[in-house]
Design a protein. Sequence first.
Length: 492
Amino acid sequence: MTVDHTRAPVLEALVDYHRQGRLAFSPPGHKQARGADPEVRAILGDAVFLGDVLASGGLDDRLTRGRVLERAEELMADAVHADHTFFSTCGSSLSVKAAMLSVAGPHEKLLIGRDAHKSVVSGLILSGIEPVWVEPRWDAERHLAHPPSAEKFAKAFEVHPDAKGALVTSPTPYGAAADLRAIAEVCHRRSVPLIVDEAWGAHLPFHPTLPSWAMDAGADICVTSIHKMGSGLEQGSVFHLQGDLVPAELLKMRADLLGTTSPSVLLYAGLDGWRRQMCLHGEALMGGALDLAAEVRAAIEQIDGMHVNDRDDFCGPGLADDFDPLPVVIDLEGLGISGFQAADWLHEHRSLDMHLTDHRRIGAQITHADDRETTGELLAALKDLAHAAPDLRPAPRMEVPDPAELRMAQGLLPRDAFFGPAEHVPLSRAAGRVAAEMITPYPPGIPAVLPGERLTEPVLRYLRTGKDVGMNLPDPADPELETIRVVTRDAE
């Protein structure tokens, strides 16, 4: 096709829809805002409702003969050097499940980095895929996981030659990136595909100094959240495909199995507009963001008690292969407070919402939307936090296990444990039992406990003490974590 990145098919179709004065006797029932609650209209504005039309039989005709979505997806694929692109309005949580289901099926093996997002584990539960966990590269000093190395994937394939493919997360929410080209080569020597969960990497294709993105590194499927580091709306995601190891029609069919039949045109418009914005202005916008992030990093480093993790902290032998500087990750150990305390103080006293929070860090995500005014407010608030820190001390004690203690044996497949007979036991009596639920510190959303894992005391202490000091655990059946859901004895 002739590629013209000044075009935005979804946005142009919306303009035509309104220009033609179409009158819909179809969903959505608010009928272009006319039926919406007046208070909702006052808060959201009518533009939200005016962009909320049916994708087929509205934005396009009932047989989608205008190819509106298809043309938008083709332009997105060209922008990132993919053969095919699919839009998703259910976030990368859906996209990564579709990718997994297109590579492996029930009781088939898939190599997966153990630092995967909870959506990957949900995919295992739904599909019945057998995970072969590949250990991340652990920074024991900072209690932080970086993506597994290509060598670890190669060794896992030697032990499990029947694995159907591999899945790696890169970059991580902390900005650590894998050597995707080397991992892809490991997979392709065995003629199996590589899936990359690149949810935090929407911006990577648009500036030469950023880490390589999955399609350029030779990955077969790449999942990207446009709403995280891009300009898309929340839940706006894309997944890209290249090569012939995964048929495009198969990936589309698997996505259709999971996706909604009522996709949001608002989200499509956000995805389409982001692609146009990046193709026309991406390098300049990303270059500005990188320059701004460098200034912010240098300024935070001057605040007593704060250290900004940089390439020297995250990259090197046994650590990550590359580094994205836009997630500004601030170590607060020198202040003697936890990331949970810091995030809560900034939220309450300075109306600032941080990205990452853990037992010793907070993360400030810098994007092309920031400028010196927004980062000036951030820096002023961080200086105030440093002054307030003595009143917040001491940091509540949280027992973070050594890397070896974090890993628990997989006794059952995640699907079998999740759907099998289960009971609730007090946390104090859960060690040695097989978990029947997922327990995930959030953010960043990497499960500490998977269904099917045999619980150990160090991990239970980590969760219990973490909960006591402010860790967010959104998914256990008992939100207070006084009990935990485990597989019944006779089903272990």
